[in-house]
Design a protein. Structure first.
Length: 388
């Protein structure tokens, strides 16, 4: 039989069964052993010896099912073997069962079981000294030595099981913390993506809605143009949102649309121009960026242009995206009012751009320009597309 093909649980059960068989055979030898005086160590009927051997061995096979019950049976069976004069061996089977008790049971219950087993062992040996006197027992000091020797494997079994229990609990806590951290990171990523997808379109819609409201009475044609832009922008925003939700819902076998990257920056610039920002776009050396880096470049430029539309329009804006094979440099400057602060939105906006840059080992700075306007500058490594 190939044991390597058995499930892990079956291996453990097979181990317990093997231990029970070995222990049964060991105790059978005690029924035929000879004492130092040349007399049989056990002079009872054969069936009683077999019964005692079974009582000591059987709990080892069932210890995973009922640890506390099998511990009681093991202590009682071992004590019976001692009182029958079969052996005074140090109750190794008790330590074998105590390992599972300490591993499975709560600490308070397992400590109580250990103390009870220790008392049972001491009582059995002391009773054996008085009820089954003979040369194998010696005096009370010898009984004390037998008791200490029997407590040792019991304590070792309990300590080993408790140590494994503590280690498993710590591993479970670590796994839970890692899971919670992964969930938090995923929530942050989704919030960042949702903000980046929606904010650009909503900012342009807000600008054009304000224009339409302002000129509706005096210049209806301009108001109609603004409403037309609002309609077009809202359609594009909904399409982007559907694309993102489709990615979240899709399984691994679904065919997904490519994430936006540097090739989509021209369309992004045109949408910003609709919002009243003239964009000078210069993109070079970024044809072969990893997808994650390309998406980060797109999102940083998108958020920067969104801020220009929201806070500086009408304005002129320069967008530079320059890759040299190892890094990609992003710079977005405008000549608007420059009244923005470096951190906006209570955790979104510029903070989200900075988090995105740091995620891939890059950096980002943002702030007012000395001569007016605002500047966002970021550098991302392009050697890999994995978060650092």
């Amino acid at each position: 039989m190939d044991l390597s093909r058995l499930p892990r649980g079956a291996h453990l059960v097979a181990f317990d069964l093997a231990a029970a068989v070995v222990w049964f055979l060991v105790y059978l030898t005690f029924t035929t052993s000879v004492s130092g005086g040349g007399q049989p160590a056990f002079d009872g009927p054969v069936w009683l010896g077999w019964l005692a051997a079974a009582a000591v061995a059987a709990p080892l096979a069932a210890r995973r099912l009922w640890p506390l019950v099998t511990l009681g049976v093991e202590v009682a069976g071992s004590a019976g073997a001692v009182l029958l004069g079969m052996t005074r061996e140090p109750f190794l089977g008790v330590g074998f069962v105590l390992y599972l008790v300490a591993l499975r049971e709560p600490p308070r219950r397992s400590v109580a079981a250990l103390v009870s087993a220790a008392v049972g062992i001491a009582g059995a040996l002391l009773a054996g000294h008085y009820l089954a006197p003979g040369p194998m027992w010696g005096d009370l000091s010898d009984v004390a030595g037998y008791t200490a020797a029997s407590w040792l494997p019991a304590c070792l079994g309990w300590v080993s099981g408790f140590a494994v229990r503590v280690r498993r609990q710590e591993r479970a806590r670590t796994t839970e913390r890692d899971h919670e951290r992964a969930l938090a990171d995923e929530r942050l990523r989704l919030a960042r993506e949702l903000h980046d997808v929606v904010a650009h379109s909503m900012s342009l819609i807000a600008v054009k809605a304000a224009v339409a409201n302002h000129v509706a009475a005096q210049n209806p044609e301009e108001a109609v143009d603004a409403l037309r832009i609002i309609e077009s922008t809202s359609r594009d925003g909904l399409a982007d949102l559907r694309r993102m939700l489709g990615v979240l819902r899709a399984d691994d076998s679904a065919e997904l649309a490519p994430a936006p990257g540097p090739s989509a920056l021209a369309a992004l610039a045109k949408r910003a121009e609709i919002g009243g920002v003239q964009v000078d776009l210069d993109v070079r050396g970024v044809a072969d960026l990893p997808e994650a880096i390309g998406l980060s470049v797109y999102r940083i430029v998108q958020e920067s242009l969104t801020n220009v539309v929201k806070h500086a329009a009408p304005a002129r804006c320069t967008v530079l995206v320059d890759g040299d094979g190892d890094t990609v440099r992003i710079e977005v400057t405008d000549d608007g009012t420059g009244a923005r602060t470096p951190v906006e939105g209570g955790g979104h906006g510029l903070v989200g751009m900075r988090e995105r840059a740091l995620l891939y080992g890059g950096d980002l700075t943002a702030g007012p320009r000395p001569g007016g306007g605002f500047r966002v500058a970021a550098t991302l490594p392009t050697t890999n597309g994995e978060p650092g």
